[in-house]
Design a protein around this ligand. Structure first.
Ligand code: AP5
Length: 207
């Protein structure tokens, strides 16, 4: 099994969902920049206060805030799934200076499906588990199956912000597909199908 893995793909393609399953079933440590930033915002830390305006509008948080944070988190870890990082060429270069990643799995989903997924997503603020009102509802409405946390809708999952996030993705993050392809690290997985079907494909890409 590959041990240093990047999950790539547009907002809502299923990076968080697949990272959670890989963590639960295969013991990878999941490092999600989105989860870390949302926690910083909730806790009112300096990082959270700086990041909030960018996140609310669907823009990327500046590289200098993210790169240092991720360097610290990655240090010393062996089996990792990076969810939401890198997001720019500058972040990818900084990552490459620190570790040699084994594979970048790109989850490919079209925009219409992404909008449906994000606008009906519900998230747990306590354990970061992810649900969907139609595709992956919790057993009890509004309550996290894993930890009992109260599910909420992310502020950036409103349709207008989702569309801006998709633009930001195209401009800043899409070029990473080419970046990893040129380095022989890219595997693209079609991201439409059941969560378990996509998981089987992602898992295969890690073998
Ligand atoms: P972040 O939290 O990373 O958001 P994102 O990349 O936009 O990704 P999402 O979490 O929205 O989607 P996902 O691909 O994880 O999909 P999920 O599994 O939840 O970042 C948020 C913000 O933080 C950014 O906008 C930026 O401001 C900032 N930020 C973060 N990282 C940064 C960085 N490196 N640099 C700068 N700024 C950064 O699935 C979505 C929904 O679909 C769920 O409801 C799920 O249940 C459902 N679903 C999943 N799979 C399937 C399936 N196969 N079929 C049907 N439904 C499915």
């Amino acid at each position: 099994m590959k041990s240093k893995v990047v999950l790539l793909g547009p907002p809502g393609c299923g990076k968080g969902t697949q990272a959670e399953k890989l963590g639960d079933e295969l013991g990878y440590v999941k490092l999600s920049t989105g989860d870390m930033l949302r926690e910083a915002v909730r806790n009112g830390t300096e990082l959270g206060m700086k990041a909030k305006t960018y996140m609310d509008s669907g823009a990327l948080v500046p590289n200098d805030l993210i790169i240092g944070l991720m360097k610290e988190k990655i240090a010393g870890l062996d089996r990792i799934i990076l969810d939401g990082f890198p997001r720019t060429i500058e972040q990818a270069d900084a990552l490459a200076e620190q570790i040699d990643i084994d594979v970048a799995v790109n989850i490919d989903v079209d925009d219409a499906e992404l909008v449906k997924r994000l606008t009906q997503r519900r998230s747990c603020p306590d354990c970061n588990a992810v649900y969907h009102l139609a595709n992956k509802p919790p057993a009890k409405e509004g309550v996290c199956d894993k930890c009992g946390g109260k599910l909420y809708q992310r502020d950036d999952d409103k349709e207008e912000t989702v569309r801006n996030r998709l633009e930001v993705y195209r401009k800043n993050t899409f070029p990473l597909i080419d970046y990893y392809e040129k380095r022989g690290k890219l595997v693209t997985v079609p991201g439409v199908g059941s969560i378990d079907e996509i998981y089987a494909k992602v898992r295969k890409a890690l073998e």
